[in-house]
Write a protein that binds this ligand. Structure first.
Ligand SMILES: NC(=O)c1ccc[n+]([C@@H]2O[C@H](COP(=O)([O-])OP(=O)(O)OC[C@H]3O[C@@H](n4cnc5c(N)ncnc54)[C@H](OP(=O)(O)O)[C@@H]3O)[C@@H](O)[C@H]2O)c1
Length: 364
């Protein structure tokens, strides 16, 4: 029989399917028995939200998913409180760690008191320096990992002559991408496109130039501004990478005017697909728009290199992010921090699609 100290109440934010709102549920767990020899138990201190969290919830249809509780969220920071006998000695009880826990409709999420996981399978985990607080540590793994996949997985060579165009310069993924490109890879030119009201704010993340996507009348001037910029500031030279983090398909018909030729290993890479997701009510139609991306990626007649990467469960980006953070060359942007009981306000803030940086939940 377990001693009373090892029994504890675990709170988690859960849902059954899209008809049930996310809510806090509790269960009693035995901390000494809830893990296997290959697993660690992390006492979570903070989690960060990402659009994928409510997109997955919105697409959880009752007739194709089980009737059990599914958990929220992927980014985390916390302290290891138990370790199995076979776990790599680099993970010890008391270690402060952060990471990205990958799951779809899983029973363990990071809006919870405890996370039980095998660090060899959930490899996007790293140690946090003592100088970094848990909210900051939890705020960046998924978006930083997405930016890392964009910049590193296509074997593009980055130099001071390289040119990157970022569509959606205000998003958290773009924010990380600009900081990795400028501060770590020393890319010569990084140009961002964002709302004209966000230009001043985005300057501090390292963008060399920022162009508005809207004018005073609210017209979309994205393409016009980029064409004019290439002509006036780049003397007609095109981009090595166009990175889209909002779902923009305006450049497809004129790709040869903005992106260098395919044989230079230039790329158009999106993490959002062909169209802007409706954050308020993600549904199947949005998914079909996003699903055009894999078909585009497989199209053998495409005249430009195109990719739609997903963040992976890999240690590389966690180590790079924590190293840059310690050196002061990466500053995660936090929009707001909510208490655990206010998790629904945190979700609403992210759904507004106006958050400037990450929405973090403190697991107090
Ligand atoms: N494939 C993957 O593995 C992966 C991983 C991470 C994220 N994603 C996707 O990447 C996208 C960005 O995620 P995130 O967490 O970085 O976003 P986020 O931080 O929540 O982005 C919010 C920002 O988007 C900007 N925005 C809103 N509407 C816009 C529009 N029509 N055009 C340009 N910018 C607009 C707003 O800034 P302004 O007011 O300045 O425009 C807002 O501050 C999401 O679609 C997400 O699902 C995919």
């Amino acid at each position: 029989m377990a001693s009373s100290e090892t029994m504890t109440t675990q709170r988690s934010v859960t849902f059954v399917n899209y008809t049930t709102p996310a809510s806090i549920t509790t269960k009693e767990i035995n901390l000494d028995k809830c893990y296997s020899d290959d697993e660690i138990v992390i006492n979570l201190k903070a989690a960060a939200l990402n659009p994928i969290d409510f997109i997955v919830h919105g697409l959880c249809f009752p007739y194709i998913t089980r009737n059990d509780l599914k958990t929220y969220s992927r980014d985390y920071a916390g302290v290891i409180v138990r370790r199995g006998a076979n776990v790599d000695p680099k993970w010890q009880i008391g270690d402060r760690v952060n990471g990205m826990f990958g799951h779809i409709f899983g029973p363990h999420g990071t809006l919870s008191d405890y996370l039980v996981m095998d660090p060899t399978k959930q490899a996007a985990i790293a140690h946090i320096d003592n100088s970094i607080d848990f909210e900051t540590a939890a705020s960046w793994p998924l978006v930083f990992g997405s930016a890392y996949a964009v910049l590193f997985h296509r074997k593009q060579k980055w130099t001071e002559n390289s040119k990157i165009l970022v569509i959606g310069a205000s998003t958290s993924v773009s924010n990380c991408l600009a900081q990795i490109a400028k501060n770590h890879l020393k890319v010569g030119t990084v140009v961002g496109i964002c709302n004209q009201n966000s230009i001043e704010r985005n300057k501090e993340f390292g963008f060399d130039y920022l162009l508005p996507y809207n004018d005073d009348e609210g017209n979309d001037v994205t393409v016009k501004n980029v064409q004019q910029f290439i002509e006036e500031k780049l003397n007609g030279e095109k981009f090595d990478l166009i990175f889209d983090s909002v779902g923009n398909s305006q450049f497809f018909p004129i790709m040869d005017q903005v992106l260098k030729p395919k044989n230079t290993n230039s790329y158009f890479i999106t993490v959002a697909g062909d169209a802007k997701y409706n954050y308020k009510k993600p549904g199947l139609l949005d998914s079909f728009a996003a699903l055009k991306a894999p078909f585009r990626a497989l199209n053998p007649f495409r005249k430009f290199n195109y990719a739609f990467p997903f963040v992976k469960k890999e240690a590389n980006y966690m180590e790079l992010g924590n190293r840059m953070l310690e050196k002061g060359t990466f500053k995660p942007q936090i929009d707001s921090v909510y208490s655990f009981n206010e998790f629904d306000k945190a979700i609403e803030r992210l759904k507004s699609n106006r958050a400037k940086g990450k929405v973090v939940v403190k697991i107090d």
